[in-house]
Design a binder for this molecule. Structure first.
Ligand code: 5GP
Length: 115
């Protein structure tokens, strides 16, 4: 069984978070330590620890995360200026929270892809 993280508590609204979107499949909230003027995390409500754990049955929720990301980018007014979507997987990518999440970053020029 995958271990719950703090993100499960955010989904259930048991701890405070600045939630910008939530439906039956995904939750999106502002990162506690923003790396850009807009830094939102989009996560599946289902606990999937890493990209490696994605199953065929998760295709719909993964696709929905992209749809929601585009809507939030528009809501934030960064759809035309541009933004970056990042999913870190495991140690070399620096994944810290083992509940799959997509970073939506924008609102400034983000520089090189790999630092
Ligand atoms: P990772 O490095 O795993 O891809 O990113 C995890 C992200 O989650 C980090 O950017 C970190 O700032 C954010 N984060 C960790 N704990 C919390 C929390 O309790 N609340 C919020 N809003 N963001 C968090």
């Amino acid at each position: 069984m995958a271990q719950e993280t703090i993100f499960s508590k955010i989904i259930r609204q048991e701890i405070p978070a600045d939630i910008v979107f939530q439906d039956d499949k995904v939750t999106a909230f502002r990162d506690i330590s923003p790396q850009a003027p807009t830094h939102v995390l989009i996560i599946p409500n289902k606990l999937i620890p890493t990209v490696n754990d994605i199953q065929d049955e998760d295709e719909v929720v993964l696709g929905h995360m992209m749809v929601v990301a585009a809507k939030i980018a528009k809501q934030e007014g960064i759809d035309e200026s541009g933004y970056r979507l990042i999913m870190n997987c495991n140690k070399d990518a620096g994944q810290e929270v083992f509940h799959l999440h997509m970073h939506l970053l924008g609102g400034k020029h983000l520089g090189r892809l790999i630092g």
